[in-house]
Design a binder for this molecule. Structure first.
Ligand code: C3B
Length: 841
């Protein structure tokens, strides 16, 4: 490796090299130093915000020292690296995670206490890094944690949105969106003003033959936007490995506004170019499982992909290896189709810039990329209009046409004369206007395609991608069932449970090998253990009850059954089924005698989640939940038997409070629609049971924990198509209990029924696409089984212990090891424990 410092001056560098601090005194010294120098404050005006800032800076210093060492180690080792390209990273808070992963939380706790602060208050100062919508973005965050914890040389590449997912406020029962400006103080990033990439848009392509008769394409003209790198250190758990997440921010390539215009008095247009450039990384698109086809979104995708690939290729070129070794050194994983342009961009770099032949380049490209599909919903599958592409990325469109031509030629050779097949698999859809099908491009340009749970991977093989299985053979398509990091979702979110588990399994080893949880099976009937287990659940419910009280004003009884559904609001996830079930319960309670009511298990139905701003049906569901709550919660006939809560602004840090407090959580998507789900795993890992459909990872959770420990209901994926057909072309009679629910809504019991007409109408009159009525009876019956089961607390607790004991499979560590072996072909890079790691148990 080249170094700028000459040999004989390096001793001084080595002597004064930064050393990560470890002791409480050193931590306090660092905090005070940051308060007094970095923040220019003192003990007389150090509030919690300043203490948070200083504590974070102290940890950031530590992380960056390890980050530097890790990067040096990985550069020297010169082994294969993984690049995880994701348009979303839903990281949540960093301080607590950093403290736990480096094993210094207790040190920090004592240190902060000596300086006059409670660590919880300091942690709560942090603004979530919310650069994602939901499951897909959080999965990327869990993967970064696992890749670092397992010592894989792996980087994440994303966009540094100035505004993350909007903040949700509930006003009069309606969702209102407020911008999430999260960057006024973010100690976790390092701007790299020296790492910039100029990215081209628009313009045209000039083609000619050079002197050797070779075809040359030059993309010229258009505009340039500059990408600036921001690095975020990603600490592994109990290892010095600290990986990198590199996020790109956009700015004008000229750097500054146009002074000529400014001087001549044209103030507004003088800054217009600058603003146009900055717009690219300004906002995260707030759609989950929905593609809107907006030009700015395509610009974001290309901007991010071009900057990342430039960076990756630059690093590779430093190694002076032959191009053919590129896939031996580099694996790039595409998190959904959002980064599919990377395939085209790498081909463009290799043929237009580096002068490789098409075939040689294409072999490198396809051996480098892997593509993960996260959804089968047609409205979520990305397509870009050809005219839009032509205008924004003219050279890329040409390359896509060539990729498609070579691909279709190979299909024609394999299936001679099958014109329907050619039309079905073409990357270009012959519609008006023509569209580029990004998923097909991703499949053609990758060596592996995976779904995220077994059912989902089967579905993509047999439905949306079945022609491609015939063309490429079955081995190209595989499954990697999703996972979650137990560090954040057990140790951090549920410290008492983690501590109890550690005390019975010989320390925190289970956080590195989640199968160790198996040892808990022997405590499933242990009275003393069960008591502690139940106490922890109760304490977590008390904590959530306090949070509910402080945010909604509603008092809930922590002894009631907490029934939670928190996730993005979407018709396919069926929060409407849940709230209709709640209304049914309300009707049932109202019809009961006082004696009958005494036998009922009290329940708190808790909802949370954001609706995409333009998704009216989802917003209507939120409105209905809130209005039902307003009526039910003050009905004296109901009292504690039923409370309905909508928690505002569901996000990662709130999930850390909510998840450990469930008795039951709901994962009730129409079968075949939820690719995996990951919160189902989080809830079970925290000692909650689930009610769910046979969908996504619910099926594998059932297999692992046993069908006695889960409440499954509803139609199966294989029957969905026929049912929909019957709704549309046969007779469609609604479930009678659901009719009663609709009648109550229509009587204006929850406010003007007109507001909910579209919602009830979609089920009554418009085909009930999501099978709400078909599954209603089964859902209600199964909820009654939940009530019964909950009455037997002793058995219930045993079920939850057995479930936790059997959740080892769902660690994202298992998942990353599968990617590494089956798709990336990379090995971890061993580390010596020379660093100043904390050794907390
Ligand atoms: C989600 C799916 O909806 C979930 O079932 C899945 O668990 C996660 O991805 C992670 O694989 N998803 C999403 O959040 N956004 C999309 N655009 C597509 C899928």
């Amino acid at each position: 490796v080249e170094a700028l410092i000459p040999e004989h001056q390096r001793d001084a560098w080595k002597k004064f090299q930064a050393k990560p601090w470890v002791s409480k005194d050193d931590f306090e010294k660092e905090v005070v130093r940051h308060v007094e120098t970095t923040l220019a404050r003192s003990m007389f005006n150090c509030d919690e915000t300043a203490a948070y800032a200083a504590a974070s800076l102290a940890f950031r210093d530590r992380l960056i020292t390890e980050w530097n060492r890790t990067q040096q180690r990985q550069t020297f080792a010169d082994t294969k690296r993984v690049y995880y390209l994701s348009l979303e990273f839903l990281m949540g808070r960093a301080l607590d995670n950093a403290m736990l992963n480096v094993g210094l939380k207790n040190v920090a706790k004592e240190g902060l206490s000596e300086l006059g602060f409670r660590i919880e208050d300091i942690i709560n100062q942090e603004h979530d890094a919310a650069l994602g919508n939901g499951g897909l973005g959080r999965l990327a965050a869990c993967f970064l944690d696992s890749m670092a914890s397992l010592n894989f040389p792996a980087w994440g590449y994303g966009l540094r949105y100035k505004y993350g997912i909007f903040k949700q406020e509930i006003v009069d029962g309606y969702q209102v969106e407020v911008p999430d400006y999260w960057l006024d103080f973010n100690p976790w990033e390092f701007p790299r003003h020296d790492i910039v990439v100029d990215v081209q848009f628009y313009g045209g392509v000039r083609k000619y033959q050079d002197d050797d008769g070779k075809n040359v394409a030059v993309w010229e003209g258009g505009e340039i936007v500059r990408a600036v790198a921001y690095d975020v250190p990603i600490p592994g758990f109990n290892t010095p490995t600290t990986n990198n997440m590199r996020l790109w921010s956009s700015k004008a390539a000229s750097g500054e506004f146009d002074f000529q215009k400014f001087n001549s008095g044209d103030y507004e247009s003088s800054v217009a170019d600058q603003q146009r450039a900055e717009t690219i990384s300004a906002v995260l698109y707030p759609n989950d499982n929905l593609d809107r086809g907006k030009e700015l979104r395509l610009k974001q995708q290309y901007f991010w992909v071009a900057a990342s690939l430039y960076d990756i290729v630059r690093r590779f070129k430093k190694s002076k290896r032959a191009w053919s070794e590129f896939p031996d050194q580099i694996a790039i994983q595409l998190n959904d189709t959002h980064p599919t342009l990377a395939i085209v961009e790498l081909q463009r770099i290799l043929i237009d810039m580096e002068g490789l032949d098409w075939d040689e380049a294409w072999a490198i490209v396809t051996n480098t990329f892997g593509y993960t599909n996260h959804t089968v919903l047609p409205e979520a599958l990305e397509k870009w209009s050809v005219p839009l592409f032509q205008n924004l990325l003219p050279r890329h469109l040409q390359i896509i046409y060539d990729i498609n031509m070579f691909f279709l030629q190979s299909v024609e050779r394999k299936f001679p004369g099958d014109r329907d097949m050619l039309a079905r698999v073409s990357i270009i859809e012959e519609s008006q206007p023509k569209m580029v099908r990004m998923a097909f491009l991703a499949i053609v340009g990758s060596h592996k395609v995976n779904g995220v749970a077994e059912l989902h991977s089967d579905l993509i093989r047999t439905t949306i991608f079945k022609d491609f299985v015939k063309i490429f053979g079955p081995d190209k398509f595989t499954n990697v069932t999703n996972g979650i990091t137990p560090r954040r979702w057990l140790h951090q979110a549920n410290p008492r449970l983690s501590e109890l588990i550690a005390s019975k399994t010989g320390g925190l080893g289970f956080l590195k090998d989640l199968n160790v949880l198996n040892e808990l099976e022997k405590f499933a009937d242990d009275k003393e253990f069960k008591k502690e287990w139940a106490e922890i659940k109760y304490a977590n419910k008390v904590k959530l009850a306090k949070y509910i009280k402080s945010t909604t004003g509603v008092t809930v009884n922590p002894s009631a059954l907490f029934d939670i559904q928190v996730k993005r609001i979407h018709e396919y996830k069926r929060q409407q089924l849940n709230i209709f079930g709640v209304i049914h319960r309300y009707l049932t309670i109202k019809a009961m005698t006082a004696e009958e009511r005494k036998k009922l298990a009290p329940r708190v139905s808790i909802f949370g989640g954001k609706a995409a701003p333009g998704y009216w049906m989802a917003k209507t569901i939120i409105h209905l939940i809130n209005n039902v709550g307003a009526v039910v919660n003050k009905d004296p006939d109901v009292g504690d038997l039923l409370k309905v809560i909508f928690l505002e602004d569901y996000n990662v840090s709130k999930a850390e409070i909510i998840t450990p407090a469930s008795d039951i959580s709901e994962h009730i998507s129409t079968a075949g629609t939820e690719a995996s789900g990951t919160s189902n795993m989080k809830f079970v890992l925290n000692g909650g049971l689930i009610i769910g459909t046979c969908d996504g990872a619910n099926i594998e959770i059932t297999r692992e924990i046993g069908e006695n420990n889960i409440f499954l209901f509803g139609n199966l994926a294989e029957d969905v198509e026929d049912l929909r057909h019957t709704h549309n072309y046969g007779s469609h009679t609604l479930d009678p209990d659901l009719v009663k629910v609709f009648d109550l809504i229509k009587s204006d019991a929850f406010g003007d029924a007109g507001a909910f007409g579209a919602l009830t109408g979609s089920i009554e009159d418009h085909g009930d696409y999501y099978l709400v009525s078909d599954d209603f009876h089964s859902y209600i019956k199964t909820q009654a089984l939940v009530d019964e089961a909950y009455k037997n607390q002793d058995e219930w607790i045993t079920k939850t212990i057995l479930s936790v004991a059997r959740m080892g499979f769902f660690s994202s560590d298992r998942c990353i090891n599968e990617y590494a072996e089956m798709i990336w072909n990379v090995e971890p890079l061993p580390v010596e424990k020379e660093s100043g790691l904390g050794k907390e148990e």
